[in-house]
Design a protein around this ligand. Structure first.
Ligand code: F6R
Length: 622
């Protein structure tokens, strides 16, 4: 067991992780389609694609289809609502669709995409934020009668302005791309050339899907995998012309670029809920499979299977800097323990949005590890851009092959967790931790069969937990009924506590804090009142008694307590007892009951579990 390699130095980091996922940090979605007549019905394609993009978070949806003219259907609200607005009698072979998360102007029909130019010749959908919108309005569009409050309208207004001044439309679009500062993935229809449509991208994700007799764009593979598995990546500042039988990629300067397609292995069925009421529950249950898949990817029968370039780089590094946000950052806190305790490499964990301001002194041979399930988080990408400028090495650990962070880092390790659709990350967290454990044990030259066995055991233990869900529903119904809640833990359990707290707060809206158990008495204990739930995690022998004393402290002040413990450390009254696993790897297991508690707390409150309010799956705006 790895416990033998784990120094039991008590390294309690007093980091208070207050994670605020603000409403203006979001990710809209785009789908676009052009096909020959009688191929697919564009309405179905767009609406199905937008449904697949719902997980990213949105508050409005809209589509534009072309049939002897432009027809736009849009409104604030869900895709289901949009479906009721679309005129079924119109068939079309060209269209673009959009889910919007309001930033510039409230969710409303007027602010929903698509947006049109004044003459209605150009129609656009846009993801991202135009940072110099005001400057562009003042310089080029001072008398323009804007219809919406969005930054997006500037795009079509400018294109039309340049076209009216005599510029050819494709040149006008590239000219506008050159003027915009910020992020964008856009789809544009020019109603005078309905045999094609245009797309462009900078910082916001966008992919081309190639079909037989049709071509598409989508914000991610999931949105269009039902129709094709052949994809072409679009890089930043590229301009695309899509026709039913042809796709052309150009640089912003108009130079044509050749790029091969790749075949996406994602199965369309992976994106369905199947028998599950929610994606989150499905994804919690998938964790053992995800771990087993990871084992098959990262090991041969008796050895590790990791790219030697990565292990060589790790060997030569004198400090690891883990850069991540949210749940991934919490996985990073656990990873730090592996890299330091197992691999003996000093490691720091940084919240990506803070790194730019609180940049630490950097060692001579750093390795930056970007942890990101989506591979698209703008805050993390900003750090990647910065450290690349400084010439430092980078490794992205992600679930998304071909994502921005993966493409732009020197190396990538995939977590192979399978599609994660619920906004609250579950299997990506456990798989990220497992990949870091494998990397650290490889670096420490620990026999591969040992860690393989430990991870296999963990997969079985998780199955034991997820097979018995009733207890979690009962505990959630009994305890998680208050306005606030605390998770506490010491040592590595503290890092699980902060992630457990995030899970509960983000989907149940119960105000929850993850606390270092010993820190609670230094102020926060004042918040404990009659019935306040306090949930303790106990997976390490050296903290068992101390955490239990903290539980007693809060209990005597009225708290209702739940203890999650490993069997060998458990006491008869602990409500959730987990079979023993390697203590240092225990976060992969101890988090699972907390995911289920969060799920059932949200369920009993009747909340939108897979799409919690104000949150988006990928946060592509800094
Ligand atoms: C919460 C959650 C978020 C993400 C964060 C970073 O359940 O999923 O906190 O972890 O937005 O996203 P990624 O991992 O895609 O970089």
């Amino acid at each position: 067991m790895l416990v033998h390699n784990f120094s039991i130095i008590s390294l309690i980091l007093a980091i208070l992780v207050i994670l605020i996922l603000e409403g203006d940090k979001r990710m809209c979605g785009i789908v676009g389609y052009i096909g020959f007549k009688n191929e697919l019905d564009v309405k179905d394609v767009l609406l199905s694609g937008l449904s697949k993009l719902e997980y990213r978070g949105y508050d409005s949806a809209g589509i534009c289809i072309y049939n002897e003219g432009i027809h736009i259907f849009k409104d604030a609200g869900r895709v289901e609502h949009l479906k009721t607005l679309v005129d079924d009698s119109i068939t079309a072979n060209l269209g673009i669709g959009h889910t919007r998360w309001a930033t510039h102007g409230k969710p409303s029909k007027r602010n929903s995409h698509p947006h049109q130019s004044l003459s209605t010749r150009f129609t656009v959908v846009h993801n991202g934020v135009i940072e110099n919108e005001i400057e562009l309005r003042e310089k080029y569009l001072s008398n323009y009668p804007f219809v919406s409050e969005t930054d997006t309208e500037v795009i079509v207004a400018l294109i039309e302005k340049f076209v009216m001044e005599g510029t050819e439309p494709t040149i006008a679009i590239r000219q506008v791309m050159g003027l915009i500062k910020g992020s964008y993935a856009i789809g544009i229809i020019d109603s005078e050339t309905p045999d094609k449509f245009y797309a462009a991208k900078n910082k916001s994700p966008l992919l081309i899907g190639l079909g037989n007799n049709f071509n598409m764009i989508g914000s991610d593979a999931m949105s269009i995998i039902k129709y094709t598995n052949k994809f072409i990546e679009i890089y930043d500042q590229e301009f695309i012309v899509l026709a039913a039988d042809k796709v052309s990629i150009y640089s912003i300067l108009g130079n044509q670029i050749e790029r091969n397609y790749y075949v996406e292995t994602l199965d369309a069925a992976d994106t369905e809920k199947g028998v599950y009421p929610h994606y989150m529950l499905k994804e919690i249950d998938e964790q053992p499979f995800a771990l087993r898949r990871l084992i098959s990817e990262y090991f041969t029968d008796t050895d590790y299977n990791i790219d030697a370039d990565i292990t060589d780089t790790l060997r030569n590094t004198d400090r690891i800097y883990i850069i991540a946000a949210g749940t991934s950052m919490h996985a990073g806190l656990v990873g730090k323990q592996f890299f330091e305790q197992i691999a003996n490499i000093p490691t720091e964990v940084h919240i990506s949005s803070e790194f730019i301001y609180n940049t630490p002194l950097i060692n001579d041979n750093p390795l930056f590890i970007f942890l990101s399930q989506s591979g698209e988080t703008a805050d993390s990408r900003a750090v990647l851009v910065k450290i690349k400028e400084l010439g430092f090495k980078s490794l992205t650990i992600t679930n998304a092959k071909g994502s921005t962070l993966s493409r732009e880092a020197d190396y990538t390790l995939l977590i192979h967790a399978g599609v994660e659709i619920a906004v609250a990350s579950t299997k990506a967290y456990t798989s990220q931790i497992a990949v870091m454990a494998i990397l650290a044990t490889k670096e420490a030259e620990i026999d591969a069969t040992v860690i393989k066995k430990d991870l296999s055991l963990i997969a079985n233990v998780i199955e034991g937990i997820t097979d018995n869900k009733t207890i979690f529903k009962e505990l959630a119904d009994q305890y998680l009924t208050k306005r606030s809640c605390f998770y506490i833990g010491r040592h590595i359990d503290y890092f699980v506590a902060v992630e457990a707290a995030l899970k509960l707060k983000e989907i149940s809206y119960i105000q929850t804090e993850g606390f270092a158990a010993g820190e609670l008495k230094h102020g926060t204990i004042a918040l404990i009142e009659e019935g306040t739930p306090v949930i303790a995690i106990i997976s390490q022998e050296n903290i068992n008694l101390n955490t239990r004393s903290n539980i007693k402290e809060v209990k005597s002040r009225g708290a209702s307590t739940i203890i999650i413990s490993l069997k060998s450390l458990s006491s008869a009254t602990d409500q959730i007892v987990i079979d023993d696993v390697s203590p240092i790897l225990s976060p992969i297991v101890t988090i699972v009951p907390t995911q289920l508690l969060a799920y059932y707390a949200a369920l009993s409150r009747g909340l939108d579990i897979d799409k919690p309010r104000n949150l988006a799956k990928s946060v592509t705006v800094e």
